[in-house]
Design a protein around this ligand. Structure first.
Ligand SMILES: Nc1ncnc2c1ncn2[C@@H]1O[C@H](COP(=O)(O)OP(=O)(O)OP(=O)(O)O)[C@@H](O)[C@H]1O
Length: 498
């Protein structure tokens, strides 16, 4: 059978790094192939080469037996390669239906064909995928996770030989993950080859037929998934045993003062305003499905969003603007780091020092460089030169830069939205240990996470949100993934009353 993807001897170098070194990979039609490796291993570079976004230095790529001669996205698309982008690109003012068909119809058709017909056709596709969305809705009104499903529908709106999914569950919650998995299996059964990148090994065991591991740009392991196990894959990914760091649980002192407080804060869709207090040294987790209000509440607590009603206080005083909040020692790691936290074209050092910690240091190049190196080491960022643009780092290392910025800033409060999204398993435990150290030093930490295990590992207290309301408060020591899931999906008092 002709391979759907055949890469032979692919190498790619960037200044100072060999991102891919003589990689050969074959993926058969009708299979799901997992591509694994730690942050910076070369996964995205290989994907960019397969999808025509990057040209290999040496080596060849064949799709369905046809060589990819021109290394452009259009040429790869013509051979049937589709990629579900990591970032959402929906056109907010267009309908869901128009977004779904955006790549499948000529641009003129979108202007000349009636909206109703476009939406009907898109609705058929959404229904066939089992995606519960109205094609007539405005895309900009959807939650981030729903927009990701619109992207998925767009990616699959035309028949594809190859579909590439790069960490597709990063911004999805439980229900949407189920939809995604169903679509992946549907495509596989229809003969499409799927290349699936993930740091979550349980997804690999749930979906993939084969797995390939990259390390430092080299292909180091390839195996049928049925013939391997979790620990063996981890050993190939890291070339060492990844210790499950034993996370210390320390009792929160009874007299720890309240540092941060939300007073009568109203969240979108909520029926009752919220009162939330966070004490020095406490790790407070906010849990809830996408759209529940956890991210919005975190943004209000970090001072980057003004609540529709009520106010946020830091040390008893009203929290002002975003800049004032940062200056007062409130750090924020947003979920969308590329859009909201990084200056992609600017140097890694500058990105580390844009926070309050770096004020002044930026004008003293030697001091700036020394500080940046120290921060990179503390945050275990793999970078050979802090002078390079931050966009040249792998996704997981970019996340570590944002995290390191706040380690450097010595903040009083640190608010993090999905702190370990895109981060490999090894670094994830480092980040947990560092967050607990910060809490032990008296920093108030607020974490929004869609990963129940993460919440259970970190939190002293968990607030569960639904549709903008607080539905439960759980002691962190008693929290379990099953228990949190049950609380998030139980009917709200309003639903019970209706
Ligand atoms: N445009 C570029 N310029 C310089 N170096 C780059 C560029 N793109 C990637 N690299 C480097 O190539 C290496 C591989 O990066 P890549 O993004 O492929 O890793 P990855 O396996 O996808 O990691 P992650 O899991 O963090 O997304 C890294 O060292 C990265 O810094």
């Amino acid at each position: 059978m002709t391979a759907a993807i055949e890469c032979a001897g692919v190498s790619k170098g960037f200044p100072g790094v060999r991102a891919l070194d003589d990689v050969s990979l074959t993926v058969r039609p009708g299979t799901v192939h997992a591509l694994l490796g730690e942050n910076g291993a070369g996964k995205s570079t290989l994907i960019r080469i397969l999808t025509g976004a990057e040209r290999p230095d040496t080596g060849t790529v064949h799709i369905g037996g046809v060589p990819l001669r021109q290394h452009t996205p259009a040429a790869a698309r013509r051979l049937g390669v589709r990629v579900l982008p990591q970032e959402r690109h929906v056109a907010p003012d267009l309908s869901v239906g128009h977004n779904v068909l955006l790549d499948s119809l000529p641009r003129t058709a979108l202007r000349t064909v009636s909206a109703r017909r476009v939406q009907e056709r898109a609705q058929q596709h959404l229904d066939a995928l089992g995606v519960d969305l109205d094609a007539r809705a405005r895309a900009g009104d959807l939650t981030a996770a729903q927009q990701q499903l619109v992207e998925l529908a767009r990616t699959t709106a035309r028949p594809a030989a190859v579909v590439v999914l790069d960490e597709p569950t990063a911004s999805l919650a439980g229900d949407e993950v189920t939809v995604l998995f169903r679509v992946v299996r549907q495509l596989r059964d229809a003969g499409t080859a799927l290349l699936y990148i993930s740091h979550h090994l349980h997804e690999v065991f749930a979906l993939a037929d084969e797995a390939t591991v990259l390390r430092n740009g080299r292909l180091v392991h390839r195996t049928p998934v049925a013939e391997t196990d979790h620990d063996s894959l981890l050993r190939h990914i890291f070339d060492r045993d990844v210790a499950h760091v034993r996370l210390p649980r320390r009792p929160l002192p009874a007299d720890a003062p309240v540092v941060l407080a939300a007073r009568q804060v109203a969240l979108p869709g909520g029926h009752r305003p919220l009162d939330v207090e966070v004490r020095a040294g406490e790790v407070l987790a906010l849990s809830g499905p996408a759209g529940a209000g956890a991210s919005e509440l975190a943004a209000c607590l970090a001072g980057v969003r003004t609540p529709a009603g009520g106010r946020v206080e830091l040390g008893g005083a009203r929290l002002g603007s975003r800049t004032a909040a940062a200056r007062a020692g409130v750090g924020f790691v947003p979920a969308d780091r590329k859009r909201d936290a990084l200056l992609l074209e600017r140097a890694i050092a500058e990105n580390l020092l844009v926070g309050p910690a770096g004020r002044g240091a930026l004008h003293r190049p030697v001091a700036a460089r020394r500080t940046a190196w120290a921060a990179l080491r503390a945050g275990r960022v793999k970078a050979d030169d802090p002078g390079r643009p931050v966009r040249t780092l792998s996704g997981g290392n970019q996340q570590r830069v944002v995290f390191s910025r706040w380690l450097l800033a010595e903040c009083r409060v640190l608010v993090l939205d999905q702190p370990t999204a895109g981060v490999d398993v090894g670094a994830k435990f480092d980040i947990y240990a560092q967050l607990l150290d910060l809490a032990a030093e008296g920093v108030a930490v607020v974490v929004v996470s869609s990963d129940y295990e993460e919440i259970c590992a970190l939190a002293d207290r968990v607030l569960v949100l639904r549709d903008g309301d607080l539905v439960a408060e759980v002691d962190g020591a008693a929290a379990t993934p099953d228990g949190l899931f049950a609380l998030e999906t139980a009917p709200t008092p309003e639903e019970t009353a209706a």
